[in-house]
Design a protein around this ligand. Structure first.
Ligand SMILES: [Zn+2]
Length: 287
């Protein structure tokens, strides 16, 4: 069902500042306030217009974002206000679906690699490809109950500006049922590679909804590896800086996210999206 939806018509409160305080933000990635999201939308529109030239797709997207307002939301995956509202909704409904069951889940990050160019393995920068690969490996591994979202970063090595690789990946909460088996299978299907040191990260979840909030974050990362040993491999996160995206990356990300859609970012095996109510919710299929 999610594949058919670009974005959801959410009540006004999801666009404001007045609710859900206890779910929001974390020290490293605080959630934007409504006013900041409005300003971020203006900035995206400006960037799209300034870089559009003859490209009508950029102008068309800028025009759609410019019309986003209360009661007539654009629901674009590139709109900071609509992303923020969906992030709040996703955090709330996921948290509701998991409340009292946090000990049943672990946090998982998956970076799918692509092998379609022999000998030239790299991470995929295509959101749809990443979504398909992640869904596939999870199904084959037997990780059948999970909630999370697709994320995108621009990875580069220090001093090699312009060499960045787009990296589509997912942050998920996955049910511990069958964990030893699905963990082993995922490790087999997601080996570390020259470009991706840690394609699979499985960690305990402390039950804090901030992780859910993080999975659907609006601010994409630019990761610059410092590579202290100079052998072309990134050793760990301590050697990675995350400066803001460059303007051309913001434009590229806006076009990609708009084409992909907001709800399409969500991966939810074992849960169904119930759209029969005013505010859609995720419901465990077995419930
Ligand atoms: Zn919007």
């Amino acid at each position: 069902m999610a594949d058919l939806l670009q974005g959801l018509e959410l009540p006004k409160k999801y666009y404001g500042d007045d609710i859900f305080v206890r779910w929001e933000g974390c020290d490293k990635h605080p959630l934007a306030k409504a006013e900041e999201a409005i300003e971020a939308r203006r900035k995206v529109i400006e960037l799209l217009r300034n870089s559009s030239g003859q490209r009508s797709s950029k102008r068309a997207l800028a025009a759609r974002l410019a019309k986003c307002r209360a009661g007539r939301r654009c629901l674009s995956g590139a709109c900071p206000e609509c992303i923020r509202a969906h992030q709040r909704w996703f955090t709330r409904t996921s948290w509701t679906a998991m409340e009292g069951r946090s000990e049943e889940f672990v946090s998982v990050t998956i970076v799918p690699t692509r092998w379609d160019v022999p000998g030239k393995e790299t991470m995929t920068g295509d959101l749809e490809t990443a979504r398909k690969l992640i869904s596939l490996v999870m199904r084959f591994a037997g990780a059948g109950v999970a909630l999370g979202a697709i994320d995108l970063s621009f990875n580069e090595r220090r001093g090699q500006l312009g060499s960045e690789l787009k990296c589509a990946h997912a942050h998920l909460l996955v049910s511990k049922v069958g964990l030893p088996v699905w963990h082993r299978r995922l490790r087999m299907m997601l080996p570390s590679t020259p470009n991706v040191d840690r394609p699979l990260l499985v960690e305990p979840w402390d039950g804090n909804p901030k992780f859910i909030n993080y999975t659907f974050r609006p601010n994409l990362s630019r990761r610059v590896s410092i590579d202290p040993v100079g052998d072309g491999r990134e050793k760990d996160r301590a050697n990675t800086r995350t400066p803001p995206l460059l303007n051309h990356q913001r434009v590229e990300a806006a076009l990609m996210l708009d084409g992909f859609g907001l709800v399409n970012r969500i991966i939810h095996p074992g849960f169904r999206l119930d759209t029969n109510h005013k505010v859609p919710t995720f419901v465990r299929i077995e419930d």
